[in-house]
Write a protein that binds this ligand. Structure first.
Ligand SMILES: Cc1cc2nc3c(=O)[nH]c(=O)nc-3n(C[C@H](O)[C@H](O)[C@H](O)COP(=O)(O)OP(=O)(O)OC[C@H]3O[C@@H](n4cnc5c(N)ncnc54)[C@H](O)[C@@H]3O)c2cc1C
Length: 389
Protein backbone atom coordinates (compact mmCIF):
# COMPACT_ATOMS: atom_id res chain seq x y z
CA UNK A 1 0.00 0.00 0.00
CA UNK A 2 1.62 3.32 -1.01
CA UNK A 3 2.08 5.98 1.65
CA UNK A 4 1.97 8.96 -0.66
CA UNK A 5 0.00 12.20 -0.75
CA UNK A 6 -1.78 11.26 -3.98
CA UNK A 7 -2.12 7.47 -3.77
CA UNK A 8 -1.26 5.66 -7.02
CA UNK A 9 -2.16 2.05 -6.08
CA UNK A 10 0.41 0.85 -8.62
CA UNK A 11 1.50 -2.06 -6.45
CA UNK A 12 -2.02 -3.56 -6.31
CA UNK A 13 -3.61 -4.18 -9.74
CA UNK A 14 -7.01 -5.18 -8.29
CA UNK A 15 -7.19 -2.01 -6.23
CA UNK A 16 -5.90 0.14 -9.07
CA UNK A 17 -8.73 -1.13 -11.30
CA UNK A 18 -11.34 -0.69 -8.56
CA UNK A 19 -10.20 2.86 -7.87
CA UNK A 20 -10.21 3.74 -11.59
CA UNK A 21 -13.75 2.30 -11.92
CA UNK A 22 -14.87 4.09 -8.77
CA UNK A 23 -13.47 7.45 -9.92
CA UNK A 24 -15.20 6.99 -13.28
CA UNK A 25 -18.52 6.23 -11.59
CA UNK A 26 -18.18 9.19 -9.21
CA UNK A 27 -17.17 11.78 -11.78
CA UNK A 28 -19.11 10.56 -14.83
CA UNK A 29 -22.35 9.38 -13.17
CA UNK A 30 -22.85 10.19 -9.52
CA UNK A 31 -21.72 13.83 -9.43
CA UNK A 32 -23.69 14.68 -12.63
CA UNK A 33 -26.74 12.89 -11.08
CA UNK A 34 -26.39 15.07 -7.98
CA UNK A 35 -25.99 18.23 -10.05
CA UNK A 36 -29.07 17.45 -12.16
CA UNK A 37 -31.10 17.15 -8.95
CA UNK A 38 -29.49 20.15 -7.26
CA UNK A 39 -28.42 18.02 -4.29
CA UNK A 40 -26.25 19.64 -1.63
CA UNK A 41 -24.95 18.07 1.59
CA UNK A 42 -27.86 19.75 3.40
CA UNK A 43 -30.64 18.41 1.15
CA UNK A 44 -33.11 16.20 3.00
CA UNK A 45 -32.61 12.99 1.05
CA UNK A 46 -35.48 10.74 0.10
CA UNK A 47 -35.38 6.98 -0.07
CA UNK A 48 -35.83 6.86 -3.88
CA UNK A 49 -32.71 8.98 -4.45
CA UNK A 50 -30.68 6.80 -2.13
CA UNK A 51 -32.06 3.53 -3.51
CA UNK A 52 -30.96 4.62 -6.97
CA UNK A 53 -27.38 4.91 -5.64
CA UNK A 54 -27.54 1.64 -3.67
CA UNK A 55 -28.78 -0.29 -6.71
CA UNK A 56 -26.34 1.26 -9.18
CA UNK A 57 -23.42 0.82 -6.80
CA UNK A 58 -24.46 -2.78 -6.32
CA UNK A 59 -24.62 -3.34 -10.11
CA UNK A 60 -21.12 -1.91 -10.44
CA UNK A 61 -19.85 -4.10 -7.60
CA UNK A 62 -19.09 -1.34 -5.06
CA UNK A 63 -21.98 -1.82 -2.63
CA UNK A 64 -20.73 -4.37 -0.11
CA UNK A 65 -17.45 -4.78 -2.04
CA UNK A 66 -15.51 -5.57 1.13
CA UNK A 67 -17.73 -8.54 2.07
CA UNK A 68 -16.60 -12.11 1.37
CA UNK A 69 -17.58 -13.51 -2.07
CA UNK A 70 -20.22 -15.84 -0.49
CA UNK A 71 -22.04 -12.67 0.64
CA UNK A 72 -21.72 -11.04 -2.77
CA UNK A 73 -18.58 -8.96 -2.17
CA UNK A 74 -14.99 -9.17 -3.38
CA UNK A 75 -13.41 -9.91 0.00
CA UNK A 76 -11.36 -6.71 0.13
CA UNK A 77 -8.77 -6.30 2.83
CA UNK A 78 -9.36 -3.50 5.31
CA UNK A 79 -6.47 -1.57 3.79
CA UNK A 80 -8.09 -1.81 0.35
CA UNK A 81 -11.43 -0.74 1.80
CA UNK A 82 -9.73 2.26 3.42
CA UNK A 83 -8.28 3.26 0.06
CA UNK A 84 -11.74 3.19 -1.58
CA UNK A 85 -13.31 5.12 1.29
CA UNK A 86 -10.71 7.87 0.99
CA UNK A 87 -11.37 8.12 -2.75
CA UNK A 88 -15.10 8.57 -2.10
CA UNK A 89 -14.86 11.66 0.09
CA UNK A 90 -11.89 13.04 -1.86
CA UNK A 91 -14.24 13.23 -4.88
CA UNK A 92 -16.51 15.75 -3.12
CA UNK A 93 -19.62 13.74 -4.14
CA UNK A 94 -22.60 14.55 -1.90
CA UNK A 95 -23.84 10.95 -1.92
CA UNK A 96 -20.41 9.38 -1.41
CA UNK A 97 -21.68 7.94 1.89
CA UNK A 98 -24.06 5.65 0.01
CA UNK A 99 -21.73 4.10 -2.59
CA UNK A 100 -20.08 1.47 -0.39
CA UNK A 101 -23.01 1.34 2.03
CA UNK A 102 -21.85 3.53 4.93
CA UNK A 103 -25.23 5.15 5.33
CA UNK A 104 -27.76 2.39 5.94
CA UNK A 105 -25.96 -0.27 3.93
CA UNK A 106 -23.50 -3.13 4.42
CA UNK A 107 -20.85 -0.98 6.12
CA UNK A 108 -23.38 0.28 8.67
CA UNK A 109 -24.33 -3.32 9.47
CA UNK A 110 -20.59 -3.94 9.71
CA UNK A 111 -19.25 -6.80 11.74
CA UNK A 112 -22.65 -7.77 13.19
CA UNK A 113 -22.95 -10.24 10.29
CA UNK A 114 -20.84 -12.67 12.32
CA UNK A 115 -23.47 -12.78 15.11
CA UNK A 116 -26.45 -13.27 12.80
CA UNK A 117 -28.49 -16.48 12.68
CA UNK A 118 -29.59 -18.00 9.35
CA UNK A 119 -32.99 -16.34 9.82
CA UNK A 120 -31.43 -12.93 10.56
CA UNK A 121 -29.11 -13.21 7.57
CA UNK A 122 -31.97 -14.13 5.27
CA UNK A 123 -34.47 -11.51 6.45
CA UNK A 124 -32.26 -8.62 7.52
CA UNK A 125 -28.62 -8.62 6.47
CA UNK A 126 -28.71 -10.15 2.96
CA UNK A 127 -31.43 -7.69 1.84
CA UNK A 128 -29.21 -4.86 3.15
CA UNK A 129 -26.29 -6.21 1.16
CA UNK A 130 -28.52 -6.34 -1.96
CA UNK A 131 -29.53 -2.70 -1.45
CA UNK A 132 -33.18 -3.67 -0.85
CA UNK A 133 -33.35 -2.79 2.86
CA UNK A 134 -31.46 -0.28 5.00
CA UNK A 135 -30.44 -0.30 8.64
CA UNK A 136 -29.26 2.02 11.37
CA UNK A 137 -27.35 1.40 14.58
CA UNK A 138 -28.75 2.81 17.81
CA UNK A 139 -26.92 2.88 21.10
CA UNK A 140 -26.75 6.61 22.06
CA UNK A 141 -29.43 8.19 24.25
CA UNK A 142 -29.95 11.77 25.36
CA UNK A 143 -28.29 11.06 28.73
CA UNK A 144 -25.99 8.25 27.60
CA UNK A 145 -23.33 9.10 25.03
CA UNK A 146 -19.71 8.31 25.90
CA UNK A 147 -21.00 6.61 29.04
CA UNK A 148 -23.24 4.11 27.26
CA UNK A 149 -23.85 2.18 30.46
CA UNK A 150 -26.17 4.98 31.57
CA UNK A 151 -28.68 3.93 28.91
CA UNK A 152 -32.24 3.54 30.16
CA UNK A 153 -33.87 1.83 27.17
CA UNK A 154 -34.93 -1.55 28.50
CA UNK A 155 -35.81 -4.91 27.03
CA UNK A 156 -38.26 -7.02 29.06
CA UNK A 157 -38.63 -10.72 28.17
CA UNK A 158 -42.30 -11.59 27.61
CA UNK A 159 -43.15 -15.05 26.23
CA UNK A 160 -41.40 -15.52 22.90
CA UNK A 161 -40.58 -11.84 22.53
CA UNK A 162 -38.93 -8.84 24.21
CA UNK A 163 -40.68 -5.57 24.91
CA UNK A 164 -38.58 -2.42 24.30
CA UNK A 165 -39.22 0.87 26.07
CA UNK A 166 -37.08 4.00 25.82
CA UNK A 167 -35.62 6.43 23.31
CA UNK A 168 -32.47 6.43 21.19
CA UNK A 169 -31.14 9.64 19.66
CA UNK A 170 -28.79 10.54 16.81
CA UNK A 171 -29.09 7.28 14.88
CA UNK A 172 -27.48 7.89 11.49
CA UNK A 173 -29.58 6.62 8.55
CA UNK A 174 -32.68 6.19 10.75
CA UNK A 175 -34.87 8.44 8.54
CA UNK A 176 -34.58 6.01 5.63
CA UNK A 177 -33.84 2.72 7.43
CA UNK A 178 -36.15 -0.32 7.58
CA UNK A 179 -34.70 -1.73 10.77
CA UNK A 180 -32.33 -0.80 13.56
CA UNK A 181 -29.72 -2.66 15.56
CA UNK A 182 -30.75 -1.48 19.02
CA UNK A 183 -28.70 -2.03 22.18
CA UNK A 184 -30.88 -2.06 25.33
CA UNK A 185 -30.50 -2.88 29.00
CA UNK A 186 -32.17 -6.12 30.11
CA UNK A 187 -34.96 -5.09 32.49
CA UNK A 188 -34.14 -5.64 36.14
CA UNK A 189 -30.37 -5.89 35.57
CA UNK A 190 -27.61 -3.37 36.22
CA UNK A 191 -25.11 -4.50 33.61
CA UNK A 192 -26.71 -6.88 31.09
CA UNK A 193 -27.21 -5.32 27.66
CA UNK A 194 -28.47 -7.06 24.54
CA UNK A 195 -28.70 -6.19 20.85
CA UNK A 196 -31.90 -6.59 18.83
CA UNK A 197 -32.90 -6.26 15.19
CA UNK A 198 -35.98 -4.05 15.35
CA UNK A 199 -38.30 -3.44 12.38
CA UNK A 200 -38.97 0.28 12.41
CA UNK A 201 -42.60 -0.18 11.33
CA UNK A 202 -43.34 -2.35 14.40
CA UNK A 203 -46.25 -1.22 16.59
CA UNK A 204 -44.84 0.84 19.48
CA UNK A 205 -41.85 2.08 17.47
CA UNK A 206 -41.69 5.60 16.01
CA UNK A 207 -38.92 7.18 13.95
CA UNK A 208 -38.71 10.88 14.71
CA UNK A 209 -36.75 13.62 12.97
CA UNK A 210 -33.49 13.99 14.85
CA UNK A 211 -31.58 17.15 15.66
CA UNK A 212 -29.74 18.54 12.64
CA UNK A 213 -25.99 18.45 13.39
CA UNK A 214 -23.66 21.33 12.44
CA UNK A 215 -22.80 19.67 9.08
CA UNK A 216 -26.41 20.48 8.12
CA UNK A 217 -26.86 16.90 6.87
CA UNK A 218 -30.29 15.56 7.71
CA UNK A 219 -29.47 11.90 8.13
CA UNK A 220 -29.97 11.33 11.85
CA UNK A 221 -33.19 10.26 13.54
CA UNK A 222 -34.47 9.39 17.00
CA UNK A 223 -36.18 6.09 17.77
CA UNK A 224 -38.97 6.03 20.32
CA UNK A 225 -39.99 2.67 21.77
CA UNK A 226 -43.21 2.49 23.73
CA UNK A 227 -43.84 -1.17 24.49
CA UNK A 228 -42.40 -2.23 21.13
CA UNK A 229 -42.56 -6.03 20.84
CA UNK A 230 -39.51 -7.68 19.22
CA UNK A 231 -39.62 -11.42 18.42
CA UNK A 232 -37.08 -13.56 20.31
CA UNK A 233 -35.70 -14.59 16.89
CA UNK A 234 -34.45 -11.00 16.51
CA UNK A 235 -32.07 -11.14 19.47
CA UNK A 236 -28.62 -10.64 17.93
CA UNK A 237 -25.97 -12.80 19.58
CA UNK A 238 -26.73 -13.82 23.13
CA UNK A 239 -28.40 -12.07 26.06
CA UNK A 240 -25.77 -9.86 27.69
CA UNK A 241 -23.61 -9.60 24.52
CA UNK A 242 -25.12 -6.28 23.43
CA UNK A 243 -22.28 -4.00 24.45
CA UNK A 244 -19.66 -6.37 23.09
CA UNK A 245 -21.50 -6.40 19.74
CA UNK A 246 -22.01 -2.62 19.83
CA UNK A 247 -18.55 -1.69 20.98
CA UNK A 248 -16.86 -4.30 18.76
CA UNK A 249 -18.59 -2.68 15.83
CA UNK A 250 -17.58 0.75 17.06
CA UNK A 251 -13.86 -0.19 17.32
CA UNK A 252 -13.73 -1.19 13.66
CA UNK A 253 -15.90 1.76 12.70
CA UNK A 254 -13.49 4.11 14.44
CA UNK A 255 -10.77 2.94 12.09
CA UNK A 256 -13.08 2.94 9.07
CA UNK A 257 -14.21 6.52 9.65
CA UNK A 258 -10.60 7.69 9.33
CA UNK A 259 -10.16 7.31 5.54
CA UNK A 260 -13.41 9.24 5.01
CA UNK A 261 -11.98 12.11 7.05
CA UNK A 262 -8.66 11.89 5.21
CA UNK A 263 -10.48 12.00 1.85
CA UNK A 264 -12.38 15.12 2.96
CA UNK A 265 -9.11 16.70 4.08
CA UNK A 266 -7.56 15.79 0.72
CA UNK A 267 -10.47 17.51 -1.01
CA UNK A 268 -9.85 20.61 1.16
CA UNK A 269 -6.17 20.48 0.15
CA UNK A 270 -7.05 20.19 -3.58
CA UNK A 271 -9.47 23.12 -3.34
CA UNK A 272 -6.87 25.17 -1.46
CA UNK A 273 -4.17 24.56 -4.06
CA UNK A 274 -6.56 25.49 -6.87
CA UNK A 275 -7.69 28.61 -5.06
CA UNK A 276 -4.15 29.70 -4.23
CA UNK A 277 -3.21 29.46 -7.90
CA UNK A 278 -6.08 31.61 -9.11
CA UNK A 279 -6.50 34.16 -6.31
CA UNK A 280 -4.28 37.20 -6.79
CA UNK A 281 -3.23 39.47 -3.95
CA UNK A 282 -0.48 42.08 -3.99
CA UNK A 283 0.21 41.44 -7.71
CA UNK A 284 0.84 37.70 -7.32
CA UNK A 285 -1.09 34.48 -6.85
CA UNK A 286 -1.49 33.44 -3.21
CA UNK A 287 0.54 30.34 -4.03
CA UNK A 288 3.65 32.49 -4.45
CA UNK A 289 3.45 33.59 -0.81
CA UNK A 290 5.57 31.55 1.55
CA UNK A 291 2.98 31.90 4.32
CA UNK A 292 0.46 30.10 2.07
CA UNK A 293 3.02 27.50 1.00
CA UNK A 294 3.71 26.76 4.68
CA UNK A 295 0.01 26.20 5.31
CA UNK A 296 -0.16 23.81 2.35
CA UNK A 297 2.95 22.04 3.64
CA UNK A 298 1.36 21.61 7.09
CA UNK A 299 -1.85 20.33 5.51
CA UNK A 300 -0.02 17.80 3.33
CA UNK A 301 2.02 16.63 6.32
CA UNK A 302 -1.11 16.12 8.44
CA UNK A 303 -2.78 14.15 5.65
CA UNK A 304 0.31 12.01 5.11
CA UNK A 305 0.70 11.25 8.83
CA UNK A 306 -2.97 10.33 9.25
CA UNK A 307 -3.00 8.10 6.17
CA UNK A 308 0.22 6.38 7.17
CA UNK A 309 -1.14 5.53 10.63
CA UNK A 310 -4.50 4.36 9.28
CA UNK A 311 -3.01 2.21 6.51
CA UNK A 312 -0.46 0.67 8.88
CA UNK A 313 -3.23 -0.16 11.36
CA UNK A 314 -5.53 -1.55 8.67
CA UNK A 315 -2.66 -3.72 7.40
CA UNK A 316 -2.07 -5.02 10.95
CA UNK A 317 -5.78 -5.80 11.34
CA UNK A 318 -5.64 -7.64 8.01
CA UNK A 319 -2.90 -9.81 9.51
CA UNK A 320 -5.22 -10.67 12.41
CA UNK A 321 -3.73 -8.30 15.02
CA UNK A 322 -5.89 -6.81 17.76
CA UNK A 323 -6.01 -3.12 16.87
CA UNK A 324 -8.08 -1.84 19.83
CA UNK A 325 -5.49 0.74 20.94
CA UNK A 326 -4.32 1.65 17.46
CA UNK A 327 -7.89 2.24 16.23
CA UNK A 328 -8.32 4.78 19.04
CA UNK A 329 -4.97 6.38 18.14
CA UNK A 330 -5.90 6.56 14.46
CA UNK A 331 -9.29 8.13 15.14
CA UNK A 332 -7.75 10.66 17.57
CA UNK A 333 -4.91 11.57 15.20
CA UNK A 334 -7.11 11.69 12.11
CA UNK A 335 -10.01 13.65 13.62
CA UNK A 336 -7.70 16.27 15.10
CA UNK A 337 -5.33 16.59 12.14
CA UNK A 338 -8.00 16.56 9.42
CA UNK A 339 -9.88 19.27 11.30
CA UNK A 340 -6.64 21.33 11.33
CA UNK A 341 -6.40 20.81 7.57
CA UNK A 342 -9.97 22.07 7.13
CA UNK A 343 -9.22 25.08 9.32
CA UNK A 344 -6.18 25.97 7.19
CA UNK A 345 -8.27 25.53 4.03
CA UNK A 346 -10.81 28.04 5.36
CA UNK A 347 -7.97 30.44 6.21
CA UNK A 348 -6.49 30.18 2.71
CA UNK A 349 -9.90 30.84 1.16
CA UNK A 350 -10.44 34.03 3.19
CA UNK A 351 -14.01 35.32 3.08
CA UNK A 352 -14.91 32.77 0.38
CA UNK A 353 -14.13 30.02 2.90
CA UNK A 354 -16.32 31.66 5.50
CA UNK A 355 -19.29 31.82 3.17
CA UNK A 356 -22.13 29.53 4.05
CA UNK A 357 -22.36 26.73 1.48
CA UNK A 358 -18.80 27.05 0.14
CA UNK A 359 -17.31 23.57 -0.14
CA UNK A 360 -14.44 24.21 2.31
CA UNK A 361 -16.86 25.73 4.82
CA UNK A 362 -18.97 22.56 4.53
CA UNK A 363 -15.89 20.35 4.98
CA UNK A 364 -14.85 22.40 8.02
CA UNK A 365 -18.22 21.87 9.71
CA UNK A 366 -18.33 18.18 8.80
CA UNK A 367 -14.81 17.45 10.01
CA UNK A 368 -15.43 19.35 13.24
CA UNK A 369 -18.07 16.80 14.16
CA UNK A 370 -15.67 13.88 14.05
CA UNK A 371 -13.78 15.08 17.11
CA UNK A 372 -16.98 13.94 18.89
CA UNK A 373 -18.75 11.39 16.67
CA UNK A 374 -17.92 7.67 17.04
CA UNK A 375 -16.02 8.48 20.20
CA UNK A 376 -14.77 11.85 21.39
CA UNK A 377 -11.05 12.67 21.29
CA UNK A 378 -11.04 12.64 25.11
CA UNK A 379 -12.53 9.15 25.24
CA UNK A 380 -9.90 7.93 22.76
CA UNK A 381 -7.17 9.38 24.99
CA UNK A 382 -8.70 7.64 28.02
CA UNK A 383 -8.71 4.33 26.17
CA UNK A 384 -5.13 4.73 24.89
CA UNK A 385 -3.82 5.69 28.33
CA UNK A 386 -5.74 2.88 30.03
CA UNK A 387 -4.21 0.31 27.67
CA UNK A 388 -0.66 1.61 27.84
CA UNK A 389 -0.12 2.85 31.37
C1 LIG B 1 -23.84 13.41 13.40
C2 LIG B 1 -23.88 12.38 14.49
C3 LIG B 1 -24.12 11.06 14.15
C4 LIG B 1 -24.20 10.07 15.15
N1 LIG B 1 -24.52 8.79 14.79
C5 LIG B 1 -24.77 7.89 15.77
C6 LIG B 1 -25.29 6.59 15.42
O1 LIG B 1 -25.49 6.25 14.26
N2 LIG B 1 -25.59 5.73 16.44
C7 LIG B 1 -25.40 6.06 17.75
O2 LIG B 1 -25.69 5.24 18.61
N3 LIG B 1 -24.86 7.27 18.10
C8 LIG B 1 -24.57 8.20 17.14
N4 LIG B 1 -24.10 9.44 17.47
C9 LIG B 1 -23.79 9.75 18.88
C10 LIG B 1 -22.29 9.94 19.13
O3 LIG B 1 -21.60 8.73 18.99
C11 LIG B 1 -22.15 10.61 20.52
O4 LIG B 1 -22.49 11.97 20.33
C12 LIG B 1 -20.76 10.48 21.09
O5 LIG B 1 -20.52 9.15 21.48
C13 LIG B 1 -20.54 11.39 22.31
O6 LIG B 1 -21.59 11.33 23.23
P1 LIG B 1 -22.28 12.68 23.73
O7 LIG B 1 -22.53 13.52 22.55
O8 LIG B 1 -23.44 12.31 24.56
O9 LIG B 1 -21.19 13.44 24.61
P2 LIG B 1 -20.79 13.19 26.20
O10 LIG B 1 -20.57 11.76 26.36
O11 LIG B 1 -21.89 13.82 26.99
O12 LIG B 1 -19.50 14.02 26.29
C14 LIG B 1 -19.47 15.46 26.43
C15 LIG B 1 -18.03 15.90 26.65
O13 LIG B 1 -17.51 15.31 27.84
C16 LIG B 1 -16.33 14.59 27.56
N5 LIG B 1 -16.27 13.39 28.39
C17 LIG B 1 -17.26 12.52 28.72
N6 LIG B 1 -16.79 11.52 29.48
C18 LIG B 1 -15.46 11.76 29.65
C19 LIG B 1 -14.41 11.09 30.34
N7 LIG B 1 -14.63 9.96 31.02
N8 LIG B 1 -13.15 11.62 30.28
C20 LIG B 1 -12.91 12.78 29.60
N9 LIG B 1 -13.87 13.44 28.92
C21 LIG B 1 -15.12 12.95 28.96
C22 LIG B 1 -16.46 14.19 26.10
O14 LIG B 1 -15.18 13.93 25.53
C23 LIG B 1 -17.10 15.43 25.51
O15 LIG B 1 -16.11 16.41 25.27
C24 LIG B 1 -24.00 10.43 16.50
C25 LIG B 1 -23.74 11.78 16.84
C26 LIG B 1 -23.69 12.74 15.85
C27 LIG B 1 -23.45 14.17 16.24
Amino acid sequence: MPFTLEPSYDDNPRLRTLVADLRRYLHEELIPYERERGLTPETKLDRATLEHVWKRSRELGFYGVSLPPELGGQGLSLAELCALKEELTASGAVLSHSVLGDMGGPLRAGSIVKYATEYQLEHYLLPVIRGERACCFSITEQDAGSDVRRMTTTATPDGDSYVLTGRKVFSSAAPFADFAVVVARMAGTEEAYSAFLVDLDSPGCRVLDGEVPMSGQQMEGDLDFDGCRVPAANLLGEIGQGLRIGIGRITLNRLLHCPSLIGAARRAWDLSVEYSKSRVAFEQPLLALQAIQHKLADMATDIYAARSAVMATAARADQGANIGVEANMCKLLTAESCFRVADQAVQIHGKAGLTRGHEVEQIFRTLRMFRVVTGTSEIHKNAIAKSLI
